[in-house]
Design a protein around this ligand. Structure first.
Ligand SMILES: [Zn+2]
Ligand SMILES: [Zn+2]
Length: 401
């Protein structure tokens, strides 16, 4: 039709490309949680079963959640794979509950920036296992900290992180899973507390599906003043100029026990720390941080990693975030009185803590008497970095990365 007739001689030329052209695959439908609504969740416990995390998220009034897929403080925190039957049950129940995104937080021992070859190899292996389990569970995001550089220069550490992520994850089998590199508070020699460092890591991983997770407590402790209105605007501009807000699908919403620029990672209940409720209201209602395009990002999630000191702290923090976001009326209903921390668990925790304190006291006593005998020399040799660690840094606050 309207085309000049082709000379007959060309017809016999067979091009296999012309033989069969499959229809292009239809664009896969976006997951149901990408419905434009705001996604709010909390880190939930998988103790007993992966399914328990889903039920806790539901009972706490969440529509998204974060979990660990294995014990976060052990190299062998469980089987490398999730048994297929468990994975299937988990995926089915999550779909039923409409919870999403599912964020998995990687093990804290993983140090993708490690300059020591043994530790790097171990970290790559462990992170690879994280990727595999995340796929087994049908996770949307896998959050990992860049790690610590030790004596290495920042540029070297950034290159090491890029290499480690590349080695532990190959694009072809990641499917819909995206790896999120989280900003840090900049404790010790932690990499990635500056947005520029995070951006360089992401830039070096252009061929891997990566993006960023920004933690509000870490931003604040790293010196980004998200407390004031002007500070939030300039921080968002800096994010835009480095990572790009469209590359931040997940925020960790934690208040900070540490003042601006304190460079220590200690989470507080939302509204009760140095950032404060007013600032969180600004953050949670900011159009650029919302879920409505063009300024917002569809499916963006806000995940809490707040302390649970009293039964109900988890539920109250989730409710607080819905309220500060101005969405209390649309929030999924929470189950009255439910908490991941039951009075019974709290009693056990208190017993363990007092036992730990007793052991600590006994140890200190021994050390003090040893010091007295060696004119305090040992104390003077302790590295400075250790002294800047908060004395009371408990296991609990550590897990809230
Ligand atoms: Zn943290
Ligand atoms: Zn973290």
């Amino acid at each position: 039709m309207g085309m000049p007739e082709q000379p007959l001689t060309h017809v016999s030329e067979f091009d296999p490309e012309d033989e069969y052209r499959p229809e292009p695959e239809p664009e896969p439908l976006p997951p149901t949680w990408m419905d434009g609504s705001m996604r709010i969740g909390i880190h939930t416990s998988t103790a007993g079963s992966y399914l328990n995390a889903l039920e806790s998220a539901r009972r706490l009034g969440c529509n998204a959640l974060q979990i660990f897929s294995a014990s976060p403080r052990m190299w062998q925190g469980g089987p490398a794979r999730v048994p297929e039957v468990d994975g299937a049950a988990f995926r089915a129940r999550r779909a039923e509950l409409g919870l999403g995104p599912l964020v998995i937080h990687a093990n804290y021992l993983i140090n993708l920036a490690a300059s020591q070859a043994m530790l790097q190899t171990r970290s790559i292996q462990a992170f690879h296992d994280e990727v595999v389990r995340a796929l087994d569970l049908g996770a949307d995001f896998l959050v990992v900290h860049p790690g610590s550089r030790g004596d290495a220069r920042v540029e070297q550490a950034v290159a090491t992180v890029i290499e480690s992520v590349k080695q532990s994850s190959k694009r072809d089998y990641l499917g819909n899973l995206r790896i999120l590199i989280e900003n840090t508070a900049g404790m010790g020699t932690a990499v990635g507390w500056r947005l520029e460092e995070l951006a360089e890591i992401l830039f070096g991983l252009k061929d891997v599906p990566v993006a960023a997770c920004l933690d509000t407590a870490h931003l604040f402790a790293a010196g980004y003043d998200i407390k004031s209105e002007a500070g939030l605007t300039s921080t968002l501009d800096m994010v835009e100029n480095t990572i790009g807000l469209e590359h931040v699908p997940v925020f960790h919403v934690n208040d900070s026990k540490i003042p601006l620029g304190g460079r220590v990672d200690r989470h507080a209940n939302v509204g009760e720390g140095k950032i404060g409720a007013e600032a969180f209201q600004r953050i949670l209602t900011h159009p650029r941080l919302g879920t409505i395009p063009p300024e917002g990002l569809v499916g963006r999630a806000f995940i809490l990693e707040t302390p649970i000191d009293q039964p109900g702290d988890d539920r109250r923090n989730v409710a607080k975030v819905w309220e500060l976001a101005g969405l209390a009326a649309q929030a999924p209903p929470a189950e009255k009185g439910f908490s991941m921390l039951t009075p019974a668990i709290k009693r056990i925790q208190e017993k363990t803590a007092s036992e730990a304190r007793r052991v600590e006291r006994a140890k200190n006593k021994l050390e003090t008497s040893a010091d007295a005998g060696s004119s305090g020399k040992e104390k003077a040799h302790k590295p400075a970095a250790q002294k800047t660690q908060p004395a009371g840094k408990s296991r609990k606050s550590r897990k809230r990365g």
